[in-house]
Design a protein around this ligand. Sequence first.
Ligand code: B12
Ligand code: SF4
Length: 524
Amino acid sequence: MRKLRIGVLDLVSKGPTKALWARFMNANLASIMPQIISVWCEQEGHDVRFVCYTGFEDLMQELPSDVDVLFVSAFSQTAQLSYALSNLARKNGAITVLGGPHARCYPQDAQKYFDYVLGFTTKQMISDLLTNVAQHRPMGVHLHSDKQPESLPGVQERWKYQEITLQKAPTIKIVPMLGSLGCPYTCSFCIDSTVDYQPLGFDQITSDLKFLLTKYKRPRIGWHDPNFGIRFDDYMDAIEAVGAGDRIDHIAETSLSLLGEPHLKRLQANGFRAILPGVESWYDMGNKSKSGKNKGQDKVKQVSEQVNMILRYIPYIQANFVLGLDTDEGDEPWELTKKFVDAAPGAFPGYSLLSAFGQAAPLNLEYQKVGRVLPFPHHFLNNHHAMNVKPKNYSWPEMYDRVLDLAKYTFSWRAIARRFMALKQPIPRWMNVLRAVSSEGFGRIKYYGKVREMLDTDIPVRRFFEGESEVLPQFYVNRIKKDLGPFWDWLPEGSIMHDQNAYLHSQAGSLVQMGMGAPAAAQA
Ligand code: B12
Ligand code: SF4
């Protein structure tokens, strides 16, 4: 087979940035899969150039202009950037391939701008693709395996790509690791609710951690498992087999249901420093938070007691909530969240606006059927910059009034001070202050305030939110233009907007299958 020149781009940033938080953190938000694609391409005998784009590189310089194939990994918030880059690379003669969350959620839209769009990806698929690589225009090919791969290369194999990525992180360096795929729970809003839980090798965890101890005095691991610790004892055994005590720091997203006191003792002994459990709602998702039938006020009490108990073992906790779920009605859910902020002052609340990411989750089909999904450009779909599902029980002004009120309450100086006092260790304490006063706290108050104001004063904005117009208001056009910087000029025509009901339409059989594996809809 011909030796190909291959470029692999991991898009962490939406465009050029100078933000301080991005400088410190973006390299720590890199994805694992682009590094794995690089390993697989190299194992096939090709030349690989890997770039993790954190917003500080000059991509026009770093993007290899002479590649035969360019792989791009994108979240939906970097979709527009990815479309512009694909356009540019195609003009330079490359064949382009998109993978990552955006490809999984919006394959039909991405097919218009890439030669290949990949869902679940295996090594064999990459090998076949590279053997027969060809242009597919105007519509790209959608390829996806029926299920997630059974194994993936570990940190040692992908180290050379991981290392150059972390060289971009000035102080805190977090190595991403993965011990499992899928999830046994079935939260209908989640991309993994229909993906079987599957552990990857526990031996690999042990050997990767041992390897990292040869690279860093005190490695920091960020677990990318959708729900870390389902096979809790196996995980802990694998970590304890390293024999490092608490010389390795760990951060993981997990469920409250896994965070009972015996588990916490073991997590503490093994160096777990930050935990991000999902509370999601005071009326739903009882399985996940182990609150069972407890709802409303009772759930607040139970969850805040548990969170306070967790903080005795783990220095940092972020409790995640989804705002605007259909079970929310009236003032009560918002007041309950404020009560939680008071009752568990040490927790950092992570708020996400209800978002339907294309064909990610079963619930999205229901929203599309009843016309509740709005065509906000992908660029804004990051759980904060747009809520693309019309709330069931609130008008838009009511929704944003409440979001704004909750954000102001959570990031008031009083709450910031209480959060500071509730924690003991300096890094977690100051981390919370930094998050509150930066784009995440104060920045969002400003942004939500602007949206709320426009709902009253800007008629095109209001009509867009109400679904009466699909013409994108100038405010959003200007923001994309500003964020993309020099890449704005490379955006393909028509690529800002998308069919927000493509998932529903694909179910009606309008999608022509060109790839291997199961029909696209079966992936959802
Ligand atoms: C771990 C995780 C994180 C971690 C790590 C992020 C990262 N860089 O990977 C952290 C906490 C940093 C994070 C942050 C965010 N996340 Co997140 N995260 C996840 C989570 C839980 C797991 C993803 C994962 O790594 N799975 C393991 C991999 C191996 O499996 P996979 O993703 O299915 O990948 C398969 C295929 O898609 C394909 N593939 C994947 N990548 C690539 C790349 C190429 C080139 C190719 C060819 C193939 C390919 O191959 C894999 C094997 O089959 C998912 C939810 C979920 N359960 O999937 C959300 C998820 C991906 N996150 C999401 C979001 C919105 C975010 C944030 C924007 C939230 C925010 N506002 O801050 C940020 C963005 C961060 C960034 N880098 O830009 C959304 C993305 C939706 C979308 N369409 O964009 C998801 C789906 C959750 C959701 N809301 O439904 N996240
Ligand atoms: S527990 Fe978390 S990862 Fe699992 S289905 Fe629910 S939201 Fe998704």
